[in-house]
Design a protein around this ligand. Sequence first.
Ligand code: GTP
Ligand code: MG
Length: 184
Amino acid sequence: MEQNGPQEPEQNDSEERTKKKVLMLGLGGSGKSSILQAIQMNHMKVADGEMTPEPTEGFHSHPCTILLSVGGSEKMRKYWADFIQDCDILVYVVDAASDGESLKLAGEELQHILDDPGLDSVPLILLANKQDLNDAQKPHDVLEALHLKPESLENRLVHEIGTEVRHDNEAIGLGSFETILAEL
Ligand SMILES: Nc1nc2c(ncn2[C@@H]2O[C@H](COP(=O)(O)OP(=O)(O)OP(=O)(O)O)[C@@H](O)[C@H]2O)c(=O)[nH]1
Ligand SMILES: [Mg+2]
């Protein structure tokens, strides 16, 4: 196909391979897209404050990280397993204010993923999102409510972080999330 616009810069494959691949999963409506958007907005705010001529690139193209989020509807969950190849860090987002049934389902879906041998010993970051809501459970209680097999957690690093994203993209907890990501 004929290209009118400027040529895309050639992708440096070896550079891409050194980036950590972070897979973000979670049931539909848990807040994955909101979290990604808030992270991108925060990076741009930093760029504005520093009078950088161009906005800082969003989290998707963070220098050391490729963050991939996959939809969590029932239809999309069938494809989760297709994305876990070469995943270095798994991020699981849970609506901490959801009812017992939804937490149970969130736990079953995560257990299914953790049972995949490809994810053996891959670190897990649990984001207990929607902490702003009155009935939100604390991160550790959310982890307990997922009823994961103890052996699934024994052989991997697990971090639990409470997060909240407001409509104006004001976000709490994402700073700790990014710090942990950078350290893993
Ligand atoms: N109160 C509150 N609402 C949130 C928070 N995070 C996300 N939401 C809301 O929850 C709804 C679902 O958020 P999304 O970010 O679309 O969820 P998702 O995980 O990307 O959902 P799928 O793409 O369907 O898998 C939206 O209405 C968000 O505004 C939060 O921390 N607190
Ligand atoms: Mg989404």
